[in-house]
Design a binder for this molecule. Structure first.
Ligand SMILES: *Cc1c(COP(=O)(O)O)cnc(C)c1O
Length: 463
């Protein structure tokens, strides 16, 4: 008990610790104070349970935790992982022009739901919906919070009462990550999953035999983050559409990434299915993410039959998953960019596609330049390495894009220590540790970040 009292007296003073820590931290002073209060409360209860840390131990620990907390604030990161659509790093970066349009709308008023021609209430996202339908060569389209929301609202709209059975191939019961599993999404949407076929093979008859008066729709899900090889079979979209329509049912496809361009012409990678192709083959509605290969903001696009889109937009739940003006602005800008550059395969305004299509030789020149601008005694720890970049984000799991990294074999710090220094530096740099070396893959680094990367390397390697 006595030592407890002693330990309690060791608790740091919130005010004086806040004063000293706020000198080095860029966080608001009130945040620092509140953080220290939470931490000292935690130490107090540990002391009451018998712990007896010294003041300097507690101060050191709180300082360390504040640093960790401080770098958790959303901030720019140099992505040197070589994973282009990195979900943990915010998926697709926006083009500079797109971001400029965002600033203009964000800092003022806009005609979000106002008809400027008539001077009265207007349709939300009217331009965007028509632009989406145009680029996808289909009747209608809309955008919601993300692809998961797009699928949920589509299921909720089409599965009503007893007519709620959704037929899905066993080979397509995908888990995308972050809690997105097709069977669970169906369940929360009031749909009843009817699995057909086997993991590797599903025949048209499997679908046909599963159709009952309770069937609401046939659902096709793109295997976006895995592949099945060997003895496999699936009916074509055309066959599935024909079967569904013969029974008066809609065919819905969750296509995941939804590349609008032919990815196989951008780089030596696979062809990612395009939503416009699925729609042309007879899918009634397709849904996909806005922030994967489209290169836009987090959103989910639903496109296809106008009667279905109109029904979905009338669902009360639509209001809960609709996009705000900032997202709608970015998406509008992004789709207009595609409409501008559609025929030329020009990817310069969509950074994600630009990264995928970058020539390896150009990356090698940049790697050399980085190494040459590091002081020669540090440069000995650097070399150029051939690496494999990926599209990521649950797209094209087989695609390996030949790439180039600056490889660091640190002498005076451990590789993990170096990786930590780079991650917590300013700007933060995230690379990959491979066999005791740090790889900084240049495929996902913007060229104008090379100088920051160089600086980060120099700072990281210093004693
Ligand atoms: C990524 C993905 C999703 C989830 O998309 P979000 O926009 O992250 O909600 C759903 N389905 C498929 C097939 C995907 O690849």
């Amino acid at each position: 008990m006595a030592s407890n009292q002693q330990a309690l007296r060791e608790l740091p003073s919130v005010e004086s610790l806040a004063k000293s820590l706020s000198q080095e931290s860029s966080l608001p002073r009130a945040m620092i104070t509140a953080f220290i209060q939470r931490e000292t409360r935690q130490f107090r209860s540990e002391i009451l349970e018998g712990a007896s840390p010294t003041r300097s131990e507690m101060e050191a620990e709180i300082t360390h935790r504040l640093n960790t907390f401080s770098v958790s604030r959303i901030q720019p990161v140099i992505n040197a992982t070589g994973v282009v659509i990195h979900t943990n790093l915010g998926r697709s970066p926006l083009g500079a022009e797109t971001a400029e349009a965002l600033t203009k709308i964000a800092t003022g008023y806009c005609n979000l739901e106002f008809n400027l021609a008539e001077g009265n209430r207007g349709k939300r996202a009217g331009y965007l919906e028509t632009a989406l339908a145009s680029i996808l060569e289909t009747e209608a389209a809309t955008a919601v919070n993300n692809c998961a929301a797009a699928l949920v609202i589509t299921l909720r709209h089409l599965c009503k009462g007893d007519k709620n059975e959704v037929i899905v191939s066993r080979g397509e019961l995908v888990e995308i990550g972050g809690g997105f599993r097709i069977p669970e999404i169906l369940e929360t949407s009031g749909a009843k999953l009817v699995e057909v076929g086997a993991t590797n093979k599903t025949h048209l008859d499997d679908y046909a035999n599963a159709i009952t008066p309770q069937t609401a729709m046939i659902l096709k899900v793109h295997r976006s983050n895995f592949y099945i090889g060997g003895f496999t079979d699936d009916p074509s979209i055309q066959e599935l559409a024909e079967l569904a329509h013969k029974h008066g049912l809609p065919l819905i496809e969750d296509i995941g990434s939804g590349a609008l361009l032919n990815t196989d012409t951008l780089a030596p990678i696979e062809h990612e299915p395009k939503p416009q192709d699925s729609l042309a083959y007879g899918v009634d509605l397709v849904c996909f993410s806005g922030d994967k290969l489209l290169g836009g903001p987090q959103s989910g696009i639903i496109a296809g039959k106008s009667s279905l889109i109109a029904g979905i937009k009338k669902e009360p739940f639509y209001r809960a998953v609709r996009c705000d003006k900032l997202i709608l602005t970015v998406l509008q800008e992004c789709i207009d960019t595609y409409l501008d550059t559609k025929s030329s395969n020009d990817t310069s305004k969509v950074p994600a596609l630009d990264f995928i299509s970058k020539d390896k030789g150009a990356l090698e020149i940049r790697a050399k330049a980085i190494i040459n601008s590091v002081p020669s005694e540090l440069a000995k720890q650097l070399s150029i390495s051939e690496t494999t970049a990926r599209t990521g984000g649950g797209t094209m799991p087989k695609s390996e894009i030949p790439s180039i990294a600056v490889r660091i074999s640190p002498r005076s710090v451990s590789v993990n220590q170096l990786a930590y220094r780079l991650r917590t530096g300013n700007p933060a740099v995230v690379g990959t540790v491979v066999e005791n070396m740090l790889h900084l893959d240049l495929r996902t680094v913007f060229e104008n970040q090379d100088k920051h990367l160089t600086k980060a390397i120099i700072t990281g390697l210093q004693d």
